[in-house]
Design a protein. Structure first.
Length: 593
């Protein structure tokens, strides 16, 4: 159908969008034209009455729309797309329940600083405030869980608001932005001028200035330290500072501990890598943090899962914090030197001031502390024929060579993944850290696959969380995408059961879980799969999944009452870890049906 838009119809001509002359377009067309101009090629959404004008105009634009099964899925897909690609993900929903269904996904992105733009429609501007059909104040609802949001009720403001939304989402500390558009703004027309709609250049916060004196102080602390540890977080990925981090660690011979969201920011196989810190982190690393005389925090926010009890956290250490968001500095942990700016830029300024430094004595001390821990590692227990999630993760890592994107859900399996799948590269672990959103994995993996179609993508989900968004199996089938799914089925809401075992006298209230036969559920969608009950079957199942042409599901029936060790009870000090007991692991196994 012929259109009079100034927007090109093919992906090849996408680059020309910016230079085309101003043209009259409807608000609905302006939405897509602006997205094309911003470089968007894929969006995740679900239609409805108020967003229909936009869906009607979509066919004129070179944008792939993925129809989700629930708007929560759209937000998680946009989020997974953003985490895998580093670009801004986009989710679309209609007014009322469509937009409220996005909220969990928006909050998930907010807590982990993920750049997404959510576009919602609302009732016509003259109906706002009348409780019209499917009217909801979504800008009010999402105010605390967005970096910023807009209500656009004039078509003339639309392109600018959308462009501004992209700028806000991706600049500084990234985060989600919502643009709510009234139906009349979609239906009326205005002159679309992509260039003129450009927001003012991003102006960094006035505190984002790193002076020579702070850099020299930091360099001096590093030079004088004997027991330094680098704490590397999600900001490493967000600023693309992997090389600079490595240079700092190698030049100063300082070992690196990673947060959950930092995994992959420093190669797991690097001799200076100490693994994950915090509640379920490596015992030797938590111990080293408590003994350290200097912590260099790089793009991490001292979350309570990382620090344990604050009053006893790393009391012997001076602290340097490199952080882009001034409000994070001195929020949880008081620091001695704050370098407030983009991590990569700050490290580039710092590196010339760091000269060779001998860290060998401290590295030896840490190495020596690993021995006792390894004995209790589940991998070293005799093969009893039982299947442990740790084995599954270890085998998956071994068989993929670590070269896959793993998208986890939330719970015990998430922690076992972090412990036993060793991430070498950035953006290969995609997981909800801050909000801990069950149901995240399957939709986020779909987003990741659209971002990186050539990459092998694995979902690792618990039997509980998988059921929360399993409807998105149909999206996988409709889109004909290849995703491998590992359900770690322990017959429990395992992480909560573990807390009940440790802290509530094993009162397993509301945690035993009856599930459908996941293999049959997959089959009902046309997705093949199999169940695995012993370690001996793991390899074959992983092979079958990897060689299947389309999606594949493996239902791993693992030990029911295994627990994640080590564990720091909430509110305890970092060194007060509960360790795996020296006894044979439990006998029970999850039932298939
Ligand atoms: C069941 C469960 C258990 C968990 N257990 C653990 C655990 O044992 N260990 C653990 O580590 N986590 C654990 N977590 C995750 C934890 O809750 C936090 O999400 C995580 O520790 C946060 O990591 P982060 O600070 O690196 O990332 P974020 O929370 O994303 O913070 C990143 C920081 O980097 C900054 N930043 C962003 N961009 C830049 C830039 N360009 N330059 C400089 N700075 C930048 C941001 O402003 C922010 O302050 C667990 C989560 C769950 C659900
Ligand atoms: C949406 C949501 N509801 C509740 C929780 C609390 N919660 C955290 S872990 C967990 C259990 C997860 O069970 P499952 O998905 O089976 O994973 P497992 O821990 O057994 O590996 C629950 C209920 C949550 N994180 N998210
Ligand atoms: Mg479970």
């Amino acid at each position: 159908m012929a259109t009079k838009t100034n927007v090109p119809n093919t992906k090849e001509s996408q680059a020309k969008t910016h230079s085309t002359a101003p043209t009259p377009l409807s608000g609905a067309e302006i939405i897509w034209a602006t997205l094309v101009g911003e470089g968007v090629d894929t969006v995740f959404g679900y239609p409805g009455g108020t967003i229909l004008p936009a869906y009607d105009a979509l066919r004129k634009f070179p944008i792939k729309h993925v129809l989700v099964r629930h708007e929560q899925g759209a937000a998680h897909m946009a989020d997974g797309y953003a985490r895998a690609s580093g670009k801004v993900g986009v989710a679309i929903a209609t007014s009322g329940p469509g937009s409220t269904n996005l909220v969990t996904g928006i909050a998930t992105a907010m807590l982990d600083s993920i750049p997404i733009v959510c576009i919602t429609a609302n009732v016509s501007s003259k109906l706002l405030g009348t409780d019209a059909f499917q009217e909801i104040d979504i800008t009010g609802i999402t105010l605390p869980v967005t970096k910023h949001n807009f209500l656009v009720n004039k078509v003339e403001d639309l392109a600018h608001a959308l462009r501004h939304a992209f700028q806000i989402a991706r600049s500084g500390r990234p985060g989600p932005v919502l643009v709510d558009i009234t139906k009349d703004a979609e239906q009326t027309s205005a002159i679309f001028d992509f260039e003129a709609a450009k927001p003012r250049p991003y102006r960094p916060h006035p505190m984002l200035h790193v002076g020579d004196s702070e850099l020299n102080q930091a360099a001096e602390l590093i030079r004088n330290s004997k027991r330094a540890v680098i704490l590397a977080g999600h900001g490493v990925m967000e600023s693309g500072a992997m090389e600079q981090l490595r240079s700092l660690a190698e030049r100063a011979q300082i070992p690196v501990g990673l947060t959950l969201l930092g995994l992959g920011g420093f190669p797991a196989s690097h001799p200076l890598n100490l693994g994950m810190m915090g509640m379920h982190g490596e015992a030797w690393l938590n111990q080293a943090i408590q003994e350290a005389d200097l912590l260099i925090a790089c793009g991490m926010r001292f979350d309570d899962r990382v620090t344990g009890k604050l009053s006893s956290y790393a009391t012997k250490a001076k602290k340097i914090h490199i952080e882009v968001d001034p409000s994070e500095v001195n929020k949880n942990v008081k620091v001695d030197v704050a370098l407030v700016g983009d991590l990569r830029e700050v490290l580039e300024l710092l590196l010339p001031r760091i000269s060779g430094r001998d860290g060998s004595a401290w590295l030896k001390t840490i190495e020596a502390s690993k021995g006792a821990v390894a004995v209790r590692d589940i991998k070293n227990l005799p093969d009893s024929g039982h299947l442990y999630a740790a084995h599954v993760m270890h085998d998956l890592w071994r068989m993929t060579g670590g070269d896959a994107i793993v998208v986890t859900d939330v719970g015990q399996h998430q922690m076992w993944e972090a412990q036993y799948f060793h991430h070498e590269k950035p953006r290969t672990l995609i997981t909800s850290g801050g909000l801990g959103t069950m149901g995240y994995a399957l939709p986020a993996a779909i987003g990741a696959k659209f971002a990186c179609p050539q990459k092998e993508v694995w979902v690792v989900a618990g039997d509980g969380g998988f059921q929360m968004t399993a409807a998105e199996l149909a999206t996988i089938v409709q889109e004909k995408i290849k995703i491998n799914i590992a359900v770690i089925n322990n017959g429990y809401l395992g992480m909560v059961r573990q807390w009940q075992e440790f802290f509530y006298e094993s009162n397993y209230e509301a945690t035993p879980l009856v599930s459908p036969d996941f293999v049959k559920l997959a089959d009902a969608h046309g997705i093949p799969g199999r169940a695995v009950r012993t370690r001996g079957e793991v390899e074959d199942a992983v092979k079958a999944a990897r060689s299947a042409k389309g999606a594949y599901l493996v239902n791993f029936l693992v030990e029911k009452e295994d627990s994640v060790y080590p564990m720091i009870p909430a509110g305890s000090a970092l060194h007060e870890m509960i360790r795996r007991p020296d006894r044979d692991p439990l006998e029970e196994r999850a039932e298939d049906e």
